[in-house]
Design a protein around this ligand. Structure first.
Ligand code: NIG
Ligand code: ZN
Length: 411
């Protein structure tokens, strides 16, 4: 006797599991099974496929002819931070550039000040609100970065909060040390970088990945390479905020350093995109930032996929460049602005997102995978990126246990 059967699924979305991320034309392949069911035992998938009467379970949930998929995987967030930066919206409206705001001590540095002031408990409570919202939107695996501490005490505080979130919620997390996220006012970049490198050892107690912001006015490719090499020596796999605004060659550096992912990539070079296709590095595109910063040019997802690369998508939730924790909204922007197909988008937020953060039993529903499942109140899988800005998640099951159900109206 199994624990749970979810029956009466109109369309079951089954991204293909593979050793590496789905690349190029593979990204447009997505198995959709009509009239399906999922069987769960002990938190794991026992069966996901066509309706069959071979199985029984102590609990049966009727999906009511809705769509089901693996829970979404969110591979890039800055969910742990103090404060907010709504005042920057007015500056951006006046045309003040994102990097200009940072140069003047605002932007990331403003959040650093607010994060330093916040206690562990305050940060945990604030981030819990975001994580709750992510779960309600169908996400059960979340990557979370430090990077608003920029000193030993506060970077470690952020990482500890990130770990505490994973204890508090029935979700899977990956934790990323992003010490070199900005240069504190008045500091020399090389000296500060060395200080962040020296922290790698302690960060290793909490973090799975090491990340760096490689950008004009932040860290150069050379400084970033030094950091990535030091991190790899300590056993980290690396990530990079690369080519977000200026084409510095961050994507090429990511591939040279066998990065698990290279993120942003709006200004990535043709050479970088070519190398991406030959690597297993996942391009994590963050089109919500382009949208939120009001820029015209989006990352070249089509070029990356058509050229044979692996692409994933994330919100990049943070208080400055993308203030949403709704990954479904990013799926819509990917359809509209990145010209990705519905199948590519679903693979990007499930199986490829799992590869981007090394979470191999998430993002797919093969036998033995975690039974992280979303029932979507939608007629088909294409509908979710199409009807944008709202939450289509109807029920969310974490390890086979109902964690969220959409509330109805009381009247
Ligand atoms: N670009 C660098 N870091 C974040 C933004 C952080 C912030 O503005 O607070 C990002 O991924 O967009
Ligand atoms: Zn980021």
């Amino acid at each position: 006797m199994n624990d749970l059967i979810i029956k009466n699924i109109k369309s079951l979305i089954l991204p293909k599991k593979s050793d590496g991320p789905l690349k190029g034309a593979e990204m447009d392949e997505l198995e959709i099974i009509d009239d399906a069911m999922i069987v769960v035992d002990d938190g794991k998938v026992v069966y996901a496929g066509e309706t069959s009467d071979e199985y029984d379970a102590s609990e049966v949930v009727d999906a009511g002819g809705r769509v089901a998929s693996p829970a979404l995987v969110e591979p890039h967030t800055h969910v742990v931070h103090g404060g907010s930066r709504e005042h920057e919206m007015a500056l951006k409206r006046q045309g003040v550039d994102y990097l200009k705001i940072l140069e003047q001590g605002g932007g990331i540095l403003n959040t650093v000040e607010q994060t330093r002031k916040a206690t562990f408990d305050e940060l945990l409570e604030k981030a819990s609100t975001n994580i709750t919202r992510m779960i309600q939107h169908g996400v059960l695996t979340v990557e979370s970065k430090s990077g608003y501490g920029l000193d030993r005490e506060n970077e470690l505080k952020q990482l500890k909060v990130s770990k505490a979130l994973e204890e508090k919620f029935p979700i899977v997390m990956r934790h990323t040390y992003l010490g070199p996220h900005a240069i504190p006012k008045g500091r020399n970049a090389d000296e500060f970088m060395d200080e962040m490198i020296a922290l790698l050892d302690e960060a290793k107690d909490y973090a799975d990945f090491a990340d760096v912001f490689t950008e004009t006015g932040v860290f150069t490719v050379e400084q970033s390479r030094k950091y990535m090499e030091a991190a790899r020596e300590k056993g980290f796999r690396v990530k990079i905020h690369a080519d977000e605004i200026d084409p510095l060659g961050g994507l090429e550096l990511a591939i040279e350093q066998d990065a698990v992912s290279a993120d942003h990539l709006v200004a990535a070079s043709e050479e970088g995109k070519k190398q991406l296709a030959e690597s297993d590095t996942v391009a994590v595109l963050l089109p919500g930032t382009t949208f939120y910063l009001g820029k015209e040019k989006y990352a070249d997802a089509r070029g990356m996929i058509d050229g044979g690369g692996a692409v994933s998508l994330a919100t990049d939730y943070n208080p400055g460049s993308c203030v949403t924790d709704n990954l479904q909204m990013i799926m819509a922007i990917a359809a509209l602005k990145l010209k990705m197909t519905p199948n590519e988008i679903w693979n990007a937020v499930t199986v490829n997102a799992a590869h981007a953060i090394d979470a191999p039993d998430r993002g797919t529903l093969e036998v033995g995978d975690a039974a992280d499942i979303v029932i979507w109140d939608a007629p088909n899988h294409e509908y979710i990126p199409y009807h944008y800005g709202v939450n289509h998640a109807y029920q969310v099951f974490a390890d086979g246990r109902l964690l969220y159900e959409r509330p109805g109206l009381k009247f």
